[in-house]
Design a protein around this ligand. Structure first.
Ligand code: NDP
Length: 253
């Protein structure tokens, strides 16, 4: 059958749950072979099985990408097992909400090491392969999709370092976008609003309750809604470059 991403290989970080898992399933449905990267191997196997049952192809690549060697290995093992890399979705991320006065440096460090440092390590290892894929694929294009957030555009109390990582990601992506235009590697940013995932499970009980109260009246986005946005971006023909998509929940101000 003719699928838009037939022959393409995608790597999705944070593919064991939430937006990453939904994105992996969706890209596989569009014909891509998908490398699933995260720490929880059993969850990755589950997603890979689901994809196989639907007739797609995915491989689990268990890795803690905050370890620089493991970040590089994750890209290399995608190349070894699937042969190329056409689409990188930088999705793995952590949001620990707390006012600066009441947080620990450890919480800040954890967000920076995943949302920034790990993302940089995966991206650096992937770039030459994305450039090569763009020059050799029939579609003549490759994609680097970065999952930012509404928190990459709007700062709020309690999310200072999360804001720092996502605002920073937007700037990084925009600079890379301009650098890579000539290489036919499209660089994009997706900014989800409130989405129903495990993201808030990592908060302490009180902060989580407060975060839930804040979004109580609204119907959250589903991970599939964001996967849909990512799918739109990476299935465009090469004359089209969707640089940025801000997708809020319908009830979200
Ligand atoms: P989840 O918590 O469900 O997903 C986070 C993913 O990151 C998991 O697959 C997790 O897998 C993975 N991950 C965490 N630490 C590591 C690590 N050290 N190495 C490799 N993978 C890791 O939340 P979401 O799906 O919501 O989050 C995905 C992205 O979406 C994040 O960047 C988040 O900031 C962003 N976002 C989410 C919004 C929301 O409302 N949910 C809104 C805006 C943006 P594992 O634990 O198995 O390693």
């Amino acid at each position: 059958s003719d699928q838009p991403l037939d022959g393409a290989v995608a790597l999705v970080t944070g593919a064991s749950s939430g937006i990453g898992a939904a994105t992996a399933r969706r890209l596989a449905r569009e014909g891509a072979a998908v490398a699933l990267v995260a720490r929880r191997g059993d969850q990755l196997d589950q997603v890979a099985d689901d994809i196989a049952k639907l007739g797609g192809h995915a491989v689990a690549v268990q890795a803690d990408i905050t370890d620089p060697d493991r970040a590089e290995d994750a890209v290399q093992s995608t190349l070894d097992r699937l042969g190329r890399l056409d689409v990188l979705v930088n999705n793995a991320g952590l949001m620990l909400l707390n006012p600066a006065l009441h947080t620990t440096l450890e919480e800040w460090d954890r967000m920076v090491s995943l949302n920034v440092t790990a993302l940089l390590h995966v991206t650096h290892a992937a770039l030459p392969h994305l450039i090569y894929a763009a020059s050799t694929s029939p579609r003549q294009v490759a994609d680097l999709v970065n999952i930012s957030s509404t928190a990459g555009r709007v700062a709020r109390p309690g999310s200072s370092v999360y804001n720092l990582t996502k605002f920073g990601l937007n700037g990084f992506a925009e600079s890379l976008r301009q650098e890579l235009v000539g290489e036919r590697v499209r660089v994009s940013v997706v900014e989800p609003g409130t989405t129903d995932t495990e993201l808030v499970d990592h908060l302490s009980d009180t902060v989580r309750d407060a975060a839930r109260r804040q979004v109580a009246g609204i119907e959250a986005l589903r991970p599939e809604d964001i996967a849909d946005a990512i799918c739109y971006i990476v299935t465009r023909e090469r004359r089209v470059a969707v640089n940025e998509m801000l997708v809020r929940a319908g009830d979200q101000t």
